[in-house]
Design a protein around this ligand. Structure first.
Ligand SMILES: Nc1nc2c(c(=O)[nH]1)N[C@H]1C(S)=C(S)[C@@H](COP(=O)(O)O)O[C@H]1N2
Ligand SMILES: [Mo]
Length: 159
């Protein structure tokens, strides 16, 4: 009984706060946690509260190894209680691609906020860039995965 009531209290505490700042990322679809019209909207502060993760990797659109800071897609999806088979990513430039959910369990896929210490800007790959650990897994060095490196990411829809 005690365990049940503690769990309920914890679930309440984890309800998403309404973003106070400019919305950077919106997660929609099959999610348990929402804060705005059935979606989970994140401002910069809320994104910064997710566990910080970094990846060093080459990319197909930059030279050499780059250092990326951000958070794991897996942690974000868990945070909003996402349940589904696919995540459709939409970018500022209207680029849309469907990504299998399993990618985020099989690989440490990053949602990058910074490259080489600089905040990614909407004018160049920002506000967010999906970054795969391509140097660590030969199978990620494939055009199928290149399509999923969405830059200028603004929305994720879980199905
Ligand atoms: N926002 C956004 N992300 C994108 C794309 C795009 O057009 N817009 N192109 C994708 C494709 S098709 C590939 S292969 C890689 C690299 O794109 P590029 O070779 O056209 O630079 O980024 C992916 N991410
Ligand atoms: Mo491409």
């Amino acid at each position: 009984m005690l365990f049940v009531s503690l769990s309920a209290a914890r679930a309440d505490e984890e309800t998403l706060a309404v973003p106070a700042g400019k919305i950077i990322l919106t997660v929609t679809g099959s999610i348990a946690q929402t804060n705005l019209d059935g979606a989970a909207a994140f401002d910069e502060t809320m994104l910064g509260a997710l566990p910080a993760t970094a990846i060093d990797t080459t990319t197909v659109v930059t030279d050499g190894v780059r250092h990326f800071d951000g958070f794991l897609m897996r942690d974000l999806l868990e945070y909003v209680g996402a349940e589904g088979e696919t995540v459709t990513a939409t970018a500022l430039n209207d680029y849309v691609i469907e990504i299998p959910m399993e990618d985020f369990h099989r690989f440490d896929v990053l949602v990058a906020t910074h490259m080489d210490g600089e905040r990614l800007l909407p004018s160049d790959k920002g506000p967010l860039w999906i970054v795969y650990p391509r140097d660590d897994h030969a199978e990620l060095q494939d055009i199928r995965y290149d399509y999923r490196w969405v830059w200028q990411l603004i929305e994720l829809d879980v199905k």
